[in-house]
Design a protein around this ligand. Structure first.
Ligand SMILES: C[S@@+](CC[C@H](N)C(=O)[O-])C[C@H]1O[C@@H](n2cnc3c(N)ncnc32)[C@H](O)[C@@H]1O
Length: 420
């Protein structure tokens, strides 16, 4: 009996200990939570810190001014909707808003320019901008221009100026904003507000009438819309891995493009992983735009939401250059021999820009026997120098730097021609 009561005492003692241990465990779990919810550094701060470290090395004395512009209000442009009632909007912009069509201005600088469709540049627009041989405007004579490339573009190059793209901007230093677009008589929105620098990859792609075009990472769709506004795409394949972002793209197309032009044979919308496009279609398109996911530098220093510099997305960020290279390679393989590819990002990072292009070209040549030509884009830089602040030291491609007098970008773009 005594032995029984001793063992029941021992059992009670053990149960007590177990409860105590469980309580301690729970408290430990609680403590752990406390530790992980210590005041965290905002992702925007992490972004700035990382950029300060990398870009002060990459851009030297230019970095403080780029940094300031990145943190200030971005400038927007109005891409006119050619399928709507454009004349009224143009008149309103020119008379009331003092805005100008920077694409038309560039076109009027080019004496040799002839449109590749029957529409002619309007004769009633404002006085032409300086000619291609004129000197750079004085505000560009900072370090950016230390190593001047010729200010006269190579006349033998094709000139990437679509006659149908009309994009209005306010002059340098003018920070007036465009009002939100209204629906016109056809219930299509009059214009699309975008960073004017986002139009440069589309202009550089130089889509000609009858071309088949692939926009590999298309959502939310600003550049796809611009491609459609050229009225040159016989067929536009729009792809993005994200279904929710593609839904936003569909809404944009719905608001700007008439229904009869949104047919399957003209417009195909898919949601594939662009890295595997080569398994679907190879050697197919005349033009391919590869506007890859990147560190979206302006967004990253301003917005906490969906910030790629958040600690949780570290691995994703580290893998970006690899993903970008794979996407560009896929775009190269989807292009016909004789066709062209434009690669673009909205990051200042050399690792995501020049290095990706150089690596993709190397892999295409060594592993896929594809010969590519890197197109010199100094003509594009000269043509659009009145609107954008370009960096002069990219090894390949061009880069628009954010600048307080022209706060667009960052936008990197590079063009490749596929020889075979
Ligand atoms: C910079 S955004 C494209 C912006 C778009 N071109 C525009 O002008 O509105 C990059 C896009 O790439 C998409 N993306 C990311 N990984 C992808 C992949 N593996 N294949 C296809 N699209 C991808 C993202 O969903 C994102 O919409």
């Amino acid at each position: 009996m005594a032995a029984l009561s001793r063992s029941s005492c021992r059992l009670e003692f053990l149960i007590g200990k177990l409860r105590e241990w469980q309580r301690l465990e729970r408290r430990n779990i609680y403590k752990k939570k406390w530790a992980s919810s210590l005041p965290r550094v905002p992702s925007t701060q992490l972004a700035l810190k990382s950029m300060d470290m990398n870009y002060s090395l990459q851009f030297g004395d230019l970095w403080p001014s780029i940094r300031l512009a990145l943190l200030c209000e971005q400038k927007y442009a109005a891409l006119l909707n050619g399928f709507g009632d454009m004349e009224k909007v143009i008149q309103e912009f020119e008379e009331r808003a003092q805005a100008r069509d920077f694409v038309y201005e560039a076109r009027s600088q080019w004496p040799e320019w002839t449109p590749h469709t029957d529409s002619q540049p309007r004769a009633d627009q404002d006085s032409p901008a300086p000619g291609p041989s004129d000197p750079e405007p004085s505000e560009f004579s900072d370090d950016c221009t230390a190593e001047q490339s010729p200010s006269t573009p190579d006349m033998k190059q094709p000139i990437p100026i679509s006659p149908n793209l009309k994009c209005f901007t306010f002059p340098r230093g003018d920070t007036t904003r465009f009002k939100p677009a209204r629906p016109d008589g056809l219930r299509l929105l009059e214009y699309y507000l975008m960073d004017a620098a986002s139009l440069l990859p589309v202009l550089t792609l130089d889509v000609r009438p009858g071309h088949t075009v692939l926009d590999l990472c298309a959502a939310p769709g600003g550049k796809s819309l611009a491609l459609l506004q050229t009225e040159c795409c016989r067929h536009l394949a729009i792809n993005d891995i994200s279904i929710s972002r593609l839904n936003r793209l569909r809404k944009i197309l719905h608001s700007y493009i008439p229904k009869n032009l949104r047919t399957e044979d003209r417009l195909r919308i898919t949601s594939f992983d662009g890295r595997h496009w080569r398994e679907i279609e190879r050697n197919t398109f005349d033009r391919v735009l590869v506007d890859v996911p990147c560190t979206t530098d302006r967004h990253s220093v301003l917005e906490e939401d969906n910030n790629i510099f958040s600690r949780l997305r570290l691995k994703e960020r580290q893998k970006l250059p690899l993903l970008q290279t794979q996407l560009l390679l896929s775009g190269i393989l989807a292009t016909k021999p004789g066709g062209s590819i434009v690669y673009s990002t909205c990051s200042l990072s050399q690792l995501q820009n020049e290095y990706v292009v150089e690596r993709a070209v190397e892999v295409a040549e060594t592993e896929h026997n594809v010969e590519l030509h890197l197109v010199d884009l100094s003509a594009v830089r000269t043509l659009y120098r009145n609107t954008f602040h370009f960096y002069r030291h990219c090894r390949v491609g061009e880069l628009v730097l954010p600048h307080l007098t022209a706060n667009y970008g960052p936008m990197y773009f590079c063009k490749l021609e596929r020889i075979h």
